[in-house]
Ligand binder design. Structure first.
Ligand code: FE
Length: 214
């Protein structure tokens, strides 16, 4: 969705987007008034950039693939189950895990804004926050998936989950074929961020070349 900018009064002399400029102005004001400590802000940003990310959600998925009791708990009540792996926090207080099956594929969106399970998936991708995804995920989920390179059988139903400030969803993707006997860590490495949003599938298992003779 594009819109004409002619009626907007943009500051074209700045490298910052309008949102970035507003964030910078708000941050400056909050620091100036003494409401926030810039060091604390830096620490928070650093935490989301380095320590919190989709590798955490991938651990949840891998555990669910190897441990049927964990999987059952995850689908019944995700927040405390995710917390068993010491994962959780602000924005993840009311997690719901939805399971992909051959019959149902789940897709997560926030049509109103950009609600996202931060403590489990880290920072949201830019497209997740953008109006085209937010509008089209609901109207044409199959078309959106095609743009992400995901084509599902016609018989697979697509269920779209609309996140809110209260409830944040994560998708439990189907375990890829050929992963019998994989360690939890090896399984987690197959789980992409997009697979947990529903716009992707887990990585396919690479076909190993025959061992070279020594
Ligand atoms: Fe939102």
């Amino acid at each position: 969705m594009t819109h004409a900018h002619a009626d907007h009064d943009h500051d074209h002399g700045s490298d910052l987007s309008p949102v970035e400029a507003r964030v910078r102005a708000l941050e400056s004001l909050l620091v100036e008034k003494g409401y926030v400590d810039p060091a604390a802000l830096d620490a928070l940003v650093e935490m989301y950039e380095t320590r919190i990310g989709p590798h955490l959600g991938a651990r949840v998925v891998a555990r669910a693939w190897v441990d049927p009791a964990f999987r059952a708990r995850l689908l019944a009540d995700a927040t405390p189950t995710i917390a068993e792996l010491d994962i959780g926090g602000r924005g993840g207080e009311h997690m719901v895990a939805v399971e992909n099956t051959p019959e149902v594929h789940n897709l997560v969106v926030c049509t109103l804004c950009s609600c996202y399970p931060w403590p489990v998936l880290g920072l949201p991708p830019v497209w997740y926050k953008a109006p085209p995804y937010r509008a089209r995920a609901v109207i044409d989920p199959r078309g959106v998936l095609a743009e992400f390179g995901v084509s599902l059988p016609e018989t697979t139903r697509i269920t779209v989950w609309d996140s809110t400030a209260e409830t944040r969803f994560m998708v439990l993707p189907m375990r890829p074929a050929g992963t019998e006997g994989f360690s939890e860590a090896a399984l987690a490495a197959l789980v992409t961020r997009d697979a947990m949003i529903g716009t992707g599938l887990p990585r396919a298992v690479p076909v190993l070349a025959p061992e070279m003779p020594a």
